[in-house]
Design a protein around this ligand. Structure first.
Ligand code: TNX
Length: 488
């Protein structure tokens, strides 16, 4: 039997033996290096009598061993992150219907386990970001990718370029209120994430998705290129077509571009990425690069090359959406693949170009783990372009190593779910689509390969997810109670 855990651990042996009653609270005996992690477990489970020993041991970076037996709990790890993940597992066991005696050895399959949140289409306040961090770190994700800029708004105040937040953040899609993070807000997000062993990857999207830049710096952007698709999507969403110098509040994509020949472009890229690097402790900066349909192929290559060099000049490693594989990039640049589980239109070629250039790939297959796809044909929230409407089973039944021919285990840095917010206005909207499909992405990122063990099957997953229902009801009321899951 698989223990009631999400994501499934690398190995677990359930014993038919008495287990301690963790609901009565715990007392900790911890190696001093892990005292803070121990204290947070007491806060989560309550102070009581069940003994929990936390000690140092030889384990992989984020791995751990966890033994739950009648005489108590023993956690062993090499790092605070490992203890944190053992704690997440223990909390899930404590929240399960029946106490389980179990021996677990666990470690992540991939180093990068992410959730992307779009705060540009709709601005989302710091508290909503905290809620996303909580849900993601409970599922052992370790990266929050913030999509900070898009046609509809620029969401981070920069002291070198104050006009961006001042002039380009006022609105969201449908004319909903806009907003931006101050440097202090951004620092609070980073600290909140770091406390839960998550790094923040900020994205400034260039050269497309830059209409809002033109509200602050008209000379840096080209006139909107309005093709049939933008016309249709804008009309469907009931908005007005993009007009240079005016906020755009509909949801078309691919009409905006930086101007490759604008004299100020390199200074802009240098200022923005330099300040972003100074505000961001993690190793990565994301430069976007997606859907630049309003940029000629030559200008695209030139602008992506210059943006990626501006990132590399800060000492950070660039990440870019897979289209950027068509441009010259610093060696080792990471590619993020958003194509389908069965690649189309050469998207796989673009992804392979990153690997040929010494980089690795983050997999975000849109028809599996774009969480903003509608989860039912009549769903009030979400889009459908990625073979939608979708469902939980579709988000689960795939394996990262099986998506792109030639991109194998060692070429994959990790897996990231994406939540775009064209249709998501509130924290409740975000939570409605975040769960349960974020759990599918978490298993793809953390657990052994799909199909490689009894726990890594859809049948096991839906039972284990059902077991998380009451905790999610408490933490994210209104989350997506899919009919595919046998909720208690
Ligand atoms: C595609 S895939 C986008 C976003 C949209 C999203 C909506 C990719 C990198 N870009 O601009 O918000 O679809 O699902």
């Amino acid at each position: 039997m698989s223990p009631p855990l999400v994501p499934a651990p690398a190995s677990a042996v359930v014993r038919d033996a008495p287990a301690p009653d963790l609901s009565a609270g715990i007392r900790i005996e911890a190696d001093p290096a892990f005292a803070a992690e121990g204290e947070r477990l007491v806060v989560a489970l309550g102070r009581g009598s069940a003994p929990v020993t936390i000690r140092r041991g030889d384990h992989p970076e984020e791995g751990y061993a966890l033994r739950v037996a009648e005489d108590g709990v023993v956690i062993e790890a090499a790092t605070a992150a490992g203890v944190f993940y053992a704690g997440r597992t223990l909390i899930q066991l404590a929240e399960a219907a029946a106490p389980t005696a179990v021996e677990i050895r666990d470690e992540p399959r991939f180093a990068y386990r992410g959730i992307m949140l779009d705060v540009a289409r709709h601005f989302h306040p710091v508290e909503t970001v905290f809620a996303v961090i909580d849900r993601a770190s409970d599922l052992k994700l370790n990266t929050l990718h913030l999509h900070l800029t898009d046609d509809q708004g620029w969401r981070l105040a920069l002291s070198t370029r104050p006009e961006l937040a001042q002039l380009a953040s006022g609105t969201s899609v449908d004319g909903d209120p806009g907003g931006f993070y101050t440097a202090d807000d951004y620092a609070r997000i980073i600290a909140y994430a770091a406390h839960r062993h998550m790094a923040v990857v900020p994205e400034i999207d260039v050269p497309g998705h830059t209409h809002a830049v033109g509200l602050a710096y008209p000379e840096l952007v080209a006139d909107p290129v309005i093709g049939d698709e933008v016309r249709e999507v804008t009309a469907e969403s009931g908005g007005a077509l993009p007009v240079a110098g005016e906020p755009y509040t509909a949801i078309g994509v691919g009409f905006s571009s930086l101007r490759a020949d604008a004299p100020g472009v390199d200074a802009f890229l240098a200022d923005v990425f330099h300040e972003l690097a100074a505000l961001t402790p993690g190793p990565y900066l994301h430069l976007g690069g997606d859907e630049a349909l309003g940029t000629s192929a030559d200008d695209y290559r030139s602008l992506v090359d210059r943006a990626a060099r501006a990132v590399a000049a800060t000492g950070k490693t660039p990440i870019a959406w897979h289209e950027a594989g068509a441009a010259p990039l610093p060696r080792g640049t990471i590619g993020q693949y958003w194509g389908f589980l069965t690649p189309t239109d050469g998207h796989d070629d673009r992804a392979r170009a990153f690997v040929a250039n010494g980089g690795r790939i983050i997999l975000s297959p849109a028809d599996a783990i774009y969480l903003d796809m509608k989860d039912a044909p009549d769903a009030p929230l979400g889009l459908t372009w990625a073979n939608g409407p979708t469902n939980v089973e579709r988000s689960y039944r795939w394996d990262p190593a099986g998506v792109i021919t030639g991109i194998d285990e060692a070429d994959i840095l990790g897996v990231e779910a994406a939540l775009w917010t064209e249709t998501l206005r509130t924290r409740a909207d975000v939570e409605r689509l975040l769960l349960p499909r974020l759990a599918s992405a978490a298993e793809a990122a953390w657990s052994p390969p799909y199909g490689s063990m009894p726990a890594r099957t859809w049948e096991s997953f839906r039972e284990r997810v059902a077991g998380r229902g009451s905790a999610w009801e408490r933490d994210a009321p209104g989350f997506g109670r899919s009919p595919e899951i046998p909720w208690a």
